[in-house]
Design a protein around this ligand. Structure first.
Ligand code: SF4
Ligand code: MG
Length: 318
């Protein structure tokens, strides 16, 4: 029988602040799962530390709340162990683009088939609003004693340049749009980033709901790429000219910020995933979760030689 949003709710009481954009994201993730009707036994949510880290607590699927910046490696391991799972990362901007930046970059090289949702509010919300890597130079939120002295990174450009094959941005309070983008990201075969503009009313008084939705030049500051005829999808992954054109177009479009802020799919290409490459190398499907690891109560693998090799030698001085 089809499941509904109420079936996805857990008993945990949310401790997010009133008005937090995280509520919109939670709603969009649950709505996307309901629309897709994925087997909930095969959906895993993985989070790092931060306010966004609570997300797996509130959705009735398998989930793990890991360490700061370590959600992508956990998610990669889960996907490698069982490629049949749908693995969704829910991390914050400080978690993903700051502390976990090395993992964020290197996941791109692998094109592993997981979906990264980044709750981007420009601050480290859980620790009282320090500037995160996406807060722009010179900005002074109410949580900072002085204007931010560092430049910001552009996560979309980083993702595009290090190999993410689906790169999108959405907005926490446009749940309908966000839901559709999350669905596309989940269905995309390869590594997806959805950078989500997420108001944090407690610590970021610049990027507020009012700011994002303000009418500038007769239309909302936030606008949808798909309504402008923009098409970020590479239709022929063997056509280098088309790839270059789409890459440059996405990088240029992602720089647009100020009077107008675009949301939507900036870049998309279908390329072999890490699972495909492993299959090609070993000429068979690789799914360790199906390996027989025990027979008659004994492990099928003899690790005694390995233990001999890693035996710790004791050296006594004198
Ligand atoms: Fe949301 Fe900010 Fe409160 Fe965290 S600190 S729950 S991001 S409003
Ligand atoms: Mg943050």
């Amino acid at each position: 029988m089809a499941y509904k949003i109420s079936d996805l709710k857990t008993d945990y009481q949310s401790d997010w602040c009133p008005g937090c954009g995280d509520f919109g994201i939670l709603n969009a993730i649950m709505s996307a799962l309901v629309d897709l009707q994925l087997d909930l036994n095969k959906v895993v949510l993985v989070s790092g530390i931060g306010c966004s880290g609570k997300t797996p607590h509130y959705i009735n699927t398998s989930g793990i709340h890991t360490l700061h910046g370590r959600d992508i490696p956990f998610a990669s391991g889960i996907k490698l162990a069982n490629p049949e799972l749908t693995v969704i990362v829910t991390g914050g901007d400080g978690n993903t683009y700051g502390i976990g930046a090395g993992h964020f970059l290197n996941a791109g090289r692998r094109n592993i088939d997981i979906t990264c949702l980044v709750f981007n509010n420009g601050v480290y919300g859980l620790t009282k609003g320090q500037a995160s890597p996406t807060l722009k130079l010179g900005m002074k939120t109410k949580s900072l004693p002085l204007p931010n002295i560092n430049e910001a990174i552009n996560p979309l450009v980083v993702a595009i340049s290090c190999g993410y094959t689906f790169v999108a941005r959405s907005y926490a309070y446009d749940v309908k749009h966000l839901k559709e983008i999350i669905k596309q990201a989940i269905l995309h075969k390869g590594l997806s980033l959805v950078d989500i503009l997420q108001p944090c009313p407690s610590y970021n008084d610049i990027h507020t709901k009012e700011y994002f939705e303000e009418v500038v030049n007769n239309s909302k500051r936030i606008y949808k790429l798909e309504e402008t005829g923009y098409d970020g999808e590479v239709k022929d992954p063997n056509n280098n000219e088309e790839i270059q054109q789409k890459l440059l177009q996405a990088i240029a479009k992602s720089q647009e910020w100020g009077e107008k802020i675009p949301i939507g799919v900036f870049y998309k290409i279908n390329l072999p995933t890490l699972t495909d490459r492993l299959k090609e190398r070993y000429k068979k499907d690789i799914n360790p979760s199906k390996d027989n690891i025990e027979q008659n109560g004994k492990p099928t693998t003899d690790i005694s030689k390995l233990i001999e090799e890693i035996e710790v030698k004791r050296y006594i001085r004198g």
